[in-house]
Design a protein. Structure first.
Length: 373
Protein backbone atom coordinates (compact mmCIF):
# COMPACT_ATOMS: atom_id res chain seq x y z
CA UNK A 1 0.00 0.00 0.00
CA UNK A 2 1.28 3.44 -0.89
CA UNK A 3 1.35 6.35 1.56
CA UNK A 4 0.53 9.99 0.75
CA UNK A 5 1.38 13.05 2.86
CA UNK A 6 -0.72 16.23 3.09
CA UNK A 7 -1.11 19.05 5.57
CA UNK A 8 -4.90 18.49 5.74
CA UNK A 9 -7.07 15.44 5.02
CA UNK A 10 -10.77 16.13 4.47
CA UNK A 11 -13.03 13.10 4.89
CA UNK A 12 -16.12 13.41 2.66
CA UNK A 13 -16.59 15.12 -0.70
CA UNK A 14 -20.16 16.36 -0.23
CA UNK A 15 -20.80 20.09 -0.27
CA UNK A 16 -19.25 20.49 3.20
CA UNK A 17 -15.97 18.77 2.37
CA UNK A 18 -15.68 20.22 -1.13
CA UNK A 19 -16.35 23.81 -0.07
CA UNK A 20 -14.01 23.89 2.93
CA UNK A 21 -11.28 22.05 1.00
CA UNK A 22 -11.45 24.67 -1.79
CA UNK A 23 -10.56 27.37 0.76
CA UNK A 24 -7.94 25.29 2.57
CA UNK A 25 -6.12 24.32 -0.64
CA UNK A 26 -5.07 27.96 -1.11
CA UNK A 27 -2.52 27.71 1.73
CA UNK A 28 -2.25 23.98 2.51
CA UNK A 29 -1.55 20.72 0.70
CA UNK A 30 -5.05 19.25 0.99
CA UNK A 31 -6.50 15.84 0.06
CA UNK A 32 -10.18 14.85 0.08
CA UNK A 33 -10.97 11.20 0.76
CA UNK A 34 -14.41 10.10 -0.48
CA UNK A 35 -15.80 6.61 0.05
CA UNK A 36 -18.06 6.58 -3.01
CA UNK A 37 -16.91 6.51 -6.64
CA UNK A 38 -17.97 10.16 -7.11
CA UNK A 39 -18.56 13.25 -4.97
CA UNK A 40 -22.13 14.22 -4.08
CA UNK A 41 -23.68 10.72 -4.11
CA UNK A 42 -25.26 11.07 -0.66
CA UNK A 43 -27.15 14.01 0.85
CA UNK A 44 -25.62 16.74 -1.31
CA UNK A 45 -27.01 15.15 -4.47
CA UNK A 46 -30.47 14.70 -2.93
CA UNK A 47 -31.52 18.12 -1.66
CA UNK A 48 -34.47 20.26 -2.65
CA UNK A 49 -31.98 22.95 -3.72
CA UNK A 50 -33.58 25.87 -1.90
CA UNK A 51 -31.84 29.02 -0.66
CA UNK A 52 -34.07 30.32 2.15
CA UNK A 53 -32.35 32.88 4.40
CA UNK A 54 -35.25 32.65 6.88
CA UNK A 55 -35.00 28.86 7.34
CA UNK A 56 -32.98 27.17 10.06
CA UNK A 57 -31.57 27.73 13.54
CA UNK A 58 -29.72 30.90 14.59
CA UNK A 59 -26.26 30.11 13.20
CA UNK A 60 -27.68 28.83 9.92
CA UNK A 61 -29.59 32.08 9.41
CA UNK A 62 -26.34 34.00 10.00
CA UNK A 63 -24.27 31.80 7.68
CA UNK A 64 -26.90 31.65 4.95
CA UNK A 65 -27.35 35.41 4.98
CA UNK A 66 -23.55 35.89 4.94
CA UNK A 67 -23.41 33.67 1.84
CA UNK A 68 -25.84 35.77 -0.19
CA UNK A 69 -23.14 37.83 -1.93
CA UNK A 70 -21.26 34.70 -2.96
CA UNK A 71 -24.36 33.28 -4.61
CA UNK A 72 -24.95 36.51 -6.50
CA UNK A 73 -21.34 37.17 -7.51
CA UNK A 74 -19.06 34.15 -7.11
CA UNK A 75 -15.36 34.49 -7.91
CA UNK A 76 -14.42 34.76 -11.60
CA UNK A 77 -14.47 31.38 -13.32
CA UNK A 78 -16.30 29.65 -10.44
CA UNK A 79 -19.41 28.82 -12.48
CA UNK A 80 -20.42 29.26 -16.11
CA UNK A 81 -24.03 30.17 -15.22
CA UNK A 82 -25.87 31.80 -12.29
CA UNK A 83 -25.75 29.73 -9.10
CA UNK A 84 -29.28 30.72 -8.13
CA UNK A 85 -32.57 31.68 -9.78
CA UNK A 86 -35.26 33.59 -7.90
CA UNK A 87 -38.12 31.49 -6.57
CA UNK A 88 -40.36 33.13 -3.97
CA UNK A 89 -41.73 30.99 -1.15
CA UNK A 90 -45.31 31.15 0.01
CA UNK A 91 -45.84 30.14 3.64
CA UNK A 92 -49.40 29.06 4.35
CA UNK A 93 -50.83 29.02 7.87
CA UNK A 94 -53.69 26.55 8.12
CA UNK A 95 -55.97 26.33 11.16
CA UNK A 96 -53.99 25.20 14.22
CA UNK A 97 -50.54 26.43 13.14
CA UNK A 98 -50.75 29.89 14.73
CA UNK A 99 -47.89 29.14 17.16
CA UNK A 100 -45.63 27.79 14.39
CA UNK A 101 -46.34 30.91 12.33
CA UNK A 102 -45.46 33.16 15.29
CA UNK A 103 -42.16 31.30 15.80
CA UNK A 104 -41.28 31.56 12.12
CA UNK A 105 -42.12 35.27 11.92
CA UNK A 106 -40.07 36.06 15.05
CA UNK A 107 -36.76 35.62 13.20
CA UNK A 108 -37.85 36.08 9.57
CA UNK A 109 -36.72 39.11 7.58
CA UNK A 110 -38.41 40.62 4.51
CA UNK A 111 -41.65 38.62 4.74
CA UNK A 112 -44.88 40.19 3.56
CA UNK A 113 -48.39 39.08 4.55
CA UNK A 114 -50.58 38.82 1.47
CA UNK A 115 -54.27 38.06 0.90
CA UNK A 116 -55.64 34.82 -0.46
CA UNK A 117 -56.48 36.36 -3.86
CA UNK A 118 -52.88 37.50 -4.31
CA UNK A 119 -51.63 34.10 -3.15
CA UNK A 120 -53.87 32.34 -5.66
CA UNK A 121 -52.66 34.64 -8.42
CA UNK A 122 -49.16 33.36 -7.65
CA UNK A 123 -50.19 29.72 -7.21
CA UNK A 124 -53.42 28.98 -9.07
CA UNK A 125 -53.90 25.53 -7.50
CA UNK A 126 -54.15 26.94 -3.98
CA UNK A 127 -57.42 26.02 -2.26
CA UNK A 128 -59.20 29.15 -1.00
CA UNK A 129 -60.25 27.54 2.29
CA UNK A 130 -56.81 26.13 3.26
CA UNK A 131 -54.76 29.04 4.62
CA UNK A 132 -55.89 31.32 7.41
CA UNK A 133 -52.92 33.56 6.57
CA UNK A 134 -50.38 33.70 3.71
CA UNK A 135 -46.83 35.03 4.00
CA UNK A 136 -44.68 35.71 0.95
CA UNK A 137 -40.89 35.54 1.06
CA UNK A 138 -39.31 36.98 -2.08
CA UNK A 139 -35.74 36.54 -0.81
CA UNK A 140 -35.64 32.80 -1.61
CA UNK A 141 -34.09 31.10 -4.66
CA UNK A 142 -33.46 27.81 -6.39
CA UNK A 143 -29.81 26.78 -6.08
CA UNK A 144 -28.02 24.97 -8.90
CA UNK A 145 -26.45 22.52 -6.42
CA UNK A 146 -24.38 20.64 -8.97
CA UNK A 147 -22.92 23.88 -10.34
CA UNK A 148 -22.07 25.02 -6.81
CA UNK A 149 -20.53 21.69 -5.82
CA UNK A 150 -18.54 21.34 -9.05
CA UNK A 151 -17.42 24.96 -8.74
CA UNK A 152 -15.87 24.24 -5.36
CA UNK A 153 -14.26 21.02 -6.60
CA UNK A 154 -12.79 22.87 -9.60
CA UNK A 155 -11.45 25.62 -7.33
CA UNK A 156 -9.97 22.94 -5.05
CA UNK A 157 -8.18 21.17 -7.92
CA UNK A 158 -6.98 24.45 -9.48
CA UNK A 159 -5.30 25.20 -6.13
CA UNK A 160 -3.46 21.88 -6.20
CA UNK A 161 -5.94 19.86 -4.13
CA UNK A 162 -6.28 16.14 -4.65
CA UNK A 163 -9.60 14.24 -4.61
CA UNK A 164 -9.43 10.48 -4.06
CA UNK A 165 -12.69 8.55 -4.58
CA UNK A 166 -13.40 4.96 -3.50
CA UNK A 167 -11.25 5.82 -0.48
CA UNK A 168 -13.38 5.04 2.54
CA UNK A 169 -11.61 5.80 5.80
CA UNK A 170 -11.59 2.43 7.54
CA UNK A 171 -9.03 3.12 10.28
CA UNK A 172 -7.69 6.39 11.71
CA UNK A 173 -4.70 6.46 14.03
CA UNK A 174 -2.67 9.25 15.64
CA UNK A 175 1.06 8.78 16.04
CA UNK A 176 4.18 10.94 15.97
CA UNK A 177 2.15 14.18 15.88
CA UNK A 178 0.04 13.23 12.88
CA UNK A 179 -2.91 11.20 11.62
CA UNK A 180 -2.82 8.16 9.39
CA UNK A 181 -6.02 7.28 7.57
CA UNK A 182 -6.25 3.81 6.04
CA UNK A 183 -8.38 3.41 2.91
CA UNK A 184 -8.68 0.90 0.05
CA UNK A 185 -6.59 3.42 -1.95
CA UNK A 186 -3.70 3.37 0.50
CA UNK A 187 -2.67 5.23 3.65
CA UNK A 188 -2.89 9.01 3.88
CA UNK A 189 -1.16 11.09 6.54
CA UNK A 190 -1.56 14.66 7.77
CA UNK A 191 -1.40 16.60 11.04
CA UNK A 192 -5.01 17.78 10.55
CA UNK A 193 -8.19 15.85 9.69
CA UNK A 194 -11.46 17.56 8.76
CA UNK A 195 -14.45 15.32 9.50
CA UNK A 196 -16.99 16.24 6.79
CA UNK A 197 -18.54 12.79 6.57
CA UNK A 198 -22.18 13.92 6.78
CA UNK A 199 -24.40 11.21 8.28
CA UNK A 200 -21.27 9.17 9.06
CA UNK A 201 -19.43 11.92 10.97
CA UNK A 202 -19.92 10.33 14.41
CA UNK A 203 -18.66 7.00 13.03
CA UNK A 204 -15.56 8.68 11.61
CA UNK A 205 -14.97 10.33 14.99
CA UNK A 206 -15.18 6.95 16.73
CA UNK A 207 -12.60 5.55 14.27
CA UNK A 208 -10.27 8.37 15.31
CA UNK A 209 -10.85 7.75 19.01
CA UNK A 210 -12.88 10.96 19.49
CA UNK A 211 -16.14 11.15 21.45
CA UNK A 212 -19.20 11.20 19.13
CA UNK A 213 -21.31 14.34 19.58
CA UNK A 214 -24.67 12.56 19.20
CA UNK A 215 -25.48 13.30 15.57
CA UNK A 216 -28.80 11.92 14.32
CA UNK A 217 -29.35 11.37 10.59
CA UNK A 218 -33.02 12.02 9.75
CA UNK A 219 -34.52 10.78 6.51
CA UNK A 220 -36.36 13.21 4.24
CA UNK A 221 -38.24 12.07 1.13
CA UNK A 222 -39.33 13.68 -2.12
CA UNK A 223 -41.85 12.56 -4.75
CA UNK A 224 -41.68 13.95 -8.29
CA UNK A 225 -45.21 14.30 -9.66
CA UNK A 226 -46.45 15.46 -13.06
CA UNK A 227 -48.04 18.93 -12.99
CA UNK A 228 -51.54 19.75 -14.24
CA UNK A 229 -51.77 19.99 -18.03
CA UNK A 230 -51.07 23.33 -19.69
CA UNK A 231 -49.59 25.00 -16.60
CA UNK A 232 -46.28 26.81 -16.55
CA UNK A 233 -45.38 25.54 -13.09
CA UNK A 234 -41.88 26.98 -13.26
CA UNK A 235 -43.31 30.44 -12.60
CA UNK A 236 -44.98 29.27 -9.37
CA UNK A 237 -43.53 29.82 -5.89
CA UNK A 238 -42.51 27.07 -3.50
CA UNK A 239 -45.48 26.50 -1.18
CA UNK A 240 -45.35 25.06 2.32
CA UNK A 241 -47.24 25.20 5.59
CA UNK A 242 -45.82 27.21 8.47
CA UNK A 243 -45.58 24.06 10.60
CA UNK A 244 -43.30 22.40 8.01
CA UNK A 245 -45.40 19.25 7.54
CA UNK A 246 -45.18 19.31 3.70
CA UNK A 247 -43.86 21.43 0.84
CA UNK A 248 -44.13 21.56 -2.93
CA UNK A 249 -41.54 23.07 -5.22
CA UNK A 250 -41.56 23.34 -9.02
CA UNK A 251 -38.44 21.81 -10.54
CA UNK A 252 -37.57 20.84 -14.10
CA UNK A 253 -41.18 21.36 -15.22
CA UNK A 254 -42.48 18.94 -12.53
CA UNK A 255 -43.60 19.32 -8.92
CA UNK A 256 -41.50 18.05 -6.03
CA UNK A 257 -43.75 17.09 -3.12
CA UNK A 258 -42.25 16.28 0.27
CA UNK A 259 -43.92 15.21 3.53
CA UNK A 260 -41.10 17.08 5.29
CA UNK A 261 -40.36 13.81 7.11
CA UNK A 262 -37.57 13.68 9.66
CA UNK A 263 -37.34 10.01 10.60
CA UNK A 264 -34.26 9.13 12.73
CA UNK A 265 -32.22 6.37 11.06
CA UNK A 266 -28.70 4.96 11.07
CA UNK A 267 -26.37 6.26 8.34
CA UNK A 268 -27.10 4.39 5.09
CA UNK A 269 -27.86 4.84 1.40
CA UNK A 270 -31.33 6.30 1.98
CA UNK A 271 -34.43 5.51 -0.07
CA UNK A 272 -38.03 6.75 0.16
CA UNK A 273 -40.88 4.59 1.42
CA UNK A 274 -44.21 4.62 -0.47
CA UNK A 275 -46.29 5.25 2.66
CA UNK A 276 -44.19 8.28 3.57
CA UNK A 277 -44.54 9.75 0.08
CA UNK A 278 -48.32 9.15 0.24
CA UNK A 279 -48.53 11.18 3.46
CA UNK A 280 -46.84 14.13 1.75
CA UNK A 281 -49.14 13.93 -1.24
CA UNK A 282 -52.19 13.75 1.02
CA UNK A 283 -51.12 16.88 2.94
CA UNK A 284 -50.31 18.72 -0.30
CA UNK A 285 -53.71 17.81 -1.74
CA UNK A 286 -55.46 19.31 1.29
CA UNK A 287 -53.95 22.65 0.29
CA UNK A 288 -54.60 22.54 -3.46
CA UNK A 289 -57.36 21.81 -5.97
CA UNK A 290 -55.41 19.18 -7.83
CA UNK A 291 -55.28 15.43 -7.73
CA UNK A 292 -51.90 13.76 -8.02
CA UNK A 293 -52.33 10.80 -10.39
CA UNK A 294 -48.95 9.13 -9.94
CA UNK A 295 -45.37 9.54 -8.75
CA UNK A 296 -42.82 9.57 -11.59
CA UNK A 297 -39.78 9.03 -9.39
CA UNK A 298 -38.67 9.64 -5.84
CA UNK A 299 -35.69 9.79 -3.55
CA UNK A 300 -34.67 10.32 0.05
CA UNK A 301 -31.60 11.64 1.79
CA UNK A 302 -30.29 12.03 5.32
CA UNK A 303 -30.38 15.42 7.03
CA UNK A 304 -28.03 15.08 9.98
CA UNK A 305 -28.57 17.03 13.20
CA UNK A 306 -26.58 17.62 16.38
CA UNK A 307 -28.59 17.50 19.65
CA UNK A 308 -29.15 21.29 19.65
CA UNK A 309 -29.88 21.55 15.91
CA UNK A 310 -26.88 23.80 15.19
CA UNK A 311 -23.89 22.65 13.09
CA UNK A 312 -20.74 21.31 14.72
CA UNK A 313 -17.68 23.24 13.57
CA UNK A 314 -14.38 23.33 15.42
CA UNK A 315 -11.43 21.33 16.73
CA UNK A 316 -12.25 18.44 19.01
CA UNK A 317 -11.26 19.45 22.58
CA UNK A 318 -9.67 16.05 23.32
CA UNK A 319 -8.30 14.94 19.99
CA UNK A 320 -5.35 16.90 18.63
CA UNK A 321 -5.84 18.15 15.04
CA UNK A 322 -9.28 16.55 14.62
CA UNK A 323 -11.73 19.13 13.21
CA UNK A 324 -15.52 18.69 13.00
CA UNK A 325 -17.62 20.02 10.12
CA UNK A 326 -20.94 18.25 10.51
CA UNK A 327 -24.59 18.54 11.56
CA UNK A 328 -25.71 20.92 8.80
CA UNK A 329 -29.23 19.43 9.00
CA UNK A 330 -31.52 20.54 6.19
CA UNK A 331 -29.50 23.65 5.42
CA UNK A 332 -26.06 22.43 4.33
CA UNK A 333 -26.31 23.69 0.76
CA UNK A 334 -27.59 27.21 1.42
CA UNK A 335 -25.13 27.72 4.28
CA UNK A 336 -22.06 26.22 2.56
CA UNK A 337 -20.55 29.46 1.20
CA UNK A 338 -20.70 30.99 4.70
CA UNK A 339 -19.89 27.89 6.74
CA UNK A 340 -16.91 26.87 4.59
CA UNK A 341 -15.23 30.28 5.09
CA UNK A 342 -16.03 30.16 8.82
CA UNK A 343 -14.59 26.62 9.10
CA UNK A 344 -11.46 27.38 7.05
CA UNK A 345 -10.67 30.32 9.33
CA UNK A 346 -10.99 28.14 12.45
CA UNK A 347 -8.90 25.34 10.92
CA UNK A 348 -6.14 27.81 9.99
CA UNK A 349 -6.53 29.55 13.37
CA UNK A 350 -7.37 32.90 11.76
CA UNK A 351 -10.11 35.33 12.89
CA UNK A 352 -13.49 34.48 11.34
CA UNK A 353 -14.54 36.68 8.37
CA UNK A 354 -16.01 40.08 9.34
CA UNK A 355 -19.21 39.61 7.35
CA UNK A 356 -19.98 36.44 9.34
CA UNK A 357 -19.14 38.10 12.66
CA UNK A 358 -21.41 41.00 11.60
CA UNK A 359 -24.27 38.48 11.38
CA UNK A 360 -23.78 37.82 15.10
CA UNK A 361 -21.89 34.52 14.91
CA UNK A 362 -18.96 34.03 17.27
CA UNK A 363 -16.07 31.64 16.59
CA UNK A 364 -16.85 29.58 19.69
CA UNK A 365 -20.58 29.16 18.94
CA UNK A 366 -20.38 25.86 17.07
CA UNK A 367 -17.53 24.06 18.85
CA UNK A 368 -17.93 20.30 19.44
CA UNK A 369 -16.90 20.81 23.08
CA UNK A 370 -20.37 22.16 23.85
CA UNK A 371 -21.56 18.53 24.02
CA UNK A 372 -18.84 17.34 26.41
CA UNK A 373 -20.00 16.37 29.89
C1 LIG B 1 -34.59 15.74 0.77
C2 LIG B 1 -33.60 16.77 1.24
C3 LIG B 1 -33.81 18.10 0.95
C4 LIG B 1 -32.86 19.07 1.31
N1 LIG B 1 -33.06 20.36 0.91
C5 LIG B 1 -32.13 21.28 1.18
C6 LIG B 1 -32.29 22.60 0.70
O1 LIG B 1 -33.27 22.90 0.01
N2 LIG B 1 -31.33 23.53 1.02
C7 LIG B 1 -30.25 23.20 1.78
O2 LIG B 1 -29.42 24.08 2.05
N3 LIG B 1 -30.07 21.95 2.25
C8 LIG B 1 -30.98 20.98 1.96
N4 LIG B 1 -30.81 19.71 2.41
C9 LIG B 1 -29.67 19.42 3.30
C10 LIG B 1 -28.36 19.32 2.55
O3 LIG B 1 -28.52 18.49 1.41
C11 LIG B 1 -27.27 18.78 3.50
O4 LIG B 1 -27.19 19.58 4.66
C12 LIG B 1 -25.90 18.74 2.85
O5 LIG B 1 -25.95 18.10 1.61
C13 LIG B 1 -24.91 18.01 3.76
O6 LIG B 1 -23.68 17.96 3.08
P1 LIG B 1 -22.48 17.09 3.62
O7 LIG B 1 -21.34 17.32 2.71
O8 LIG B 1 -22.32 17.32 5.07
O9 LIG B 1 -23.01 15.57 3.51
P2 LIG B 1 -22.93 14.54 2.29
O10 LIG B 1 -23.32 15.15 1.02
O11 LIG B 1 -23.68 13.31 2.71
O12 LIG B 1 -21.38 14.23 2.19
C14 LIG B 1 -20.70 13.41 3.13
C15 LIG B 1 -19.74 12.56 2.35
O13 LIG B 1 -18.91 11.84 3.24
C16 LIG B 1 -18.61 10.59 2.64
N5 LIG B 1 -18.17 9.68 3.68
C17 LIG B 1 -18.86 9.22 4.74
N6 LIG B 1 -18.09 8.39 5.49
C18 LIG B 1 -16.89 8.33 4.89
C19 LIG B 1 -15.67 7.65 5.18
N7 LIG B 1 -15.56 6.83 6.23
N8 LIG B 1 -14.62 7.81 4.33
C20 LIG B 1 -14.70 8.61 3.24
N9 LIG B 1 -15.86 9.29 2.92
C21 LIG B 1 -16.92 9.15 3.74
C22 LIG B 1 -19.94 10.18 2.00
O14 LIG B 1 -19.77 9.23 0.97
C23 LIG B 1 -20.45 11.53 1.48
O15 LIG B 1 -20.10 11.75 0.13
C24 LIG B 1 -31.70 18.70 2.05
C25 LIG B 1 -31.49 17.36 2.35
C26 LIG B 1 -32.41 16.41 1.94
C27 LIG B 1 -32.15 14.95 2.23
Amino acid sequence: MSSHDSRILVIGAGIAGASVAAHLALRNATTILEMEDRPGYHTTGRSAAVYEPNYGPRSILALTRAGRDFYHSPPDGFAGAPLTAPRPSLFLMPEGQEEAARTFLATAQGIERIGIAEARALHPLLRESYPKACYLDTTTSDIDVDLLHQGYLRMFKARGGRLVCEARATAITYRNGGWTVSTPKGEFTAPIIVNAAGAWADQVAILAGAQPVGLVPKRRSIAVVPPPANCNVMSWPLITDTGETWYCKPSGGKLLVSPADATPVDPHDAYAEDETLAVGIERFQQAVDFEVTHVERNWAGLRTFAPDGEPVCGYDPNCEGFFWLAGQGGYGIQSAPGLSRFAAALIERRPIPDDIADQGLHESDLLPGRFSA
